[in-house]
Design a protein around this ligand. Structure first.
Ligand code: 5GP
Length: 116
């Protein structure tokens, strides 16, 4: 996998490329996906460049919980009171295309199951 400090998401964190940022704190950033798959499609990422879920370590325990609580906070902030889906694509078979851990928030319509 490529260095997670070199991905497009690290460039967004460093404000080297623009993004529609909806939430930020000292540990996490949330911004709208550039190719939305639902009326609301937001990515929540850690500022720490962890490549994927499989690379998270026990030392990231608090951060991982923070990311989930950030999902909840952002979903409330953007008005997803009817519910939403949270997706983490991990690795090649998981369909991950950006090697910086990210949680997709998908909402604004009823989701299908199972996903493809
Ligand atoms: P993955 O397929 O790795 O789970 O998700 C990566 C997501 O990042 C995709 O949904 C893709 O549309 C989004 N994405 C890729 N490049 C950019 C970008 O430059 N800006 C934003 N906002 N989203 C991006």
């Amino acid at each position: 996998m490529s260095n997670p400090s070199d991905t497009i998401f690290s460039k967004i964190i460093r404000r080297e490329i623009p993004a529609d940022i909806v939430y930020e704190d000292n540990l996490a950033l949330a911004f709208r996906d550039i190719h939305p798959q639902a009326p609301v499609h937001i990515l929540v990422i850690p500022k720490e460049p962890i490549a994927c879920l499989a690379d998270a370590e026990s030392q990231n325990h608090a951060l991982m919980g923070h990311l989930l609580l950030t999902v909840k906070r952002v979903a409330e902030q953007v008005g997803l009171q009817n519910g939403y889906r949270v997706v983490i694509n991990n690795g090649q078979d998981g369909g991950q295309t950006v090697n910086h851990l990210h949680l997709h928030i998908l909402g604004g319509r009823a989701m299908q199951w199972p996903p493809g």
